[in-house]
Design a protein around this ligand. Structure first.
Ligand code: THU
Length: 142
């Protein structure tokens, strides 16, 4: 059994993401999204999309999930799973890939409709925290 593809790894995340759908606030798009992640300490966190009458202020499900991850202090993301309103696997939008990247490692795995992927596969050549460090080093006074 490959631990990476095992149901024991992914089924609890699918269930948590699906359960989160019940909390989605989507009066404008009518497109509920649920997201879930297992963190480094094993905690499973979830999130749902929360829309706003000022449409652009909408919080994606990944956004509320990242807030939950920070609040519980469980560490970086080990695995991530996102679903649409019918429970089908949903690819995180571009902005949310960036949100996830901030809290991922080279070992983070993302469930996608094309199989299990690394963060680098879903957001190649990403800008991240280390780029800020190297930019600061380049501009630092000698
Ligand atoms: N949405 C998410 O919550 N996550 C994504 O990765 C894709 C889009 C939400 C935003 C909006 O509430 C609805 O889906 C339709 O775009």
């Amino acid at each position: 059994m490959d631990p990476e593809t095992s149901d024991a790894v992914w089924e609890p995340l699918r269930q948590a993401a699906t359960a989160a759908l019940a909390h989605a606030y989507v009066p404008y798009s009518r497109f509920p999204v649920g997201a879930a992640a297992r963190l480094e300490d094993g905690t499973i966190v979830s999130g749902c999309n929360v829309e706003n009458a000022s449409y652009g202020l909408t919080l994606c499900a990944e956004c509320t999930m990242i807030g939950a991850a920070r609040m519980c202090g469980g560490g970086l993301i080990r695995e991530f799973y996102c679903v649409d309103g019918s429970g089908g696997i949903l690819m995180p939008c571009g902005r949310c890939r960036q949100l996830l990247y901030e809290f991922s490692t080279a070992d983070t795995r993302i469930m996608t409709s094309r199989g299990i992927k690394t963060m680098d596969q879903v957001l190649p050549d990403a800008f991240g925290p280390r780029d800020l460090d190297s930019a600061a080093a380049q501009t630092a006074d000698p």
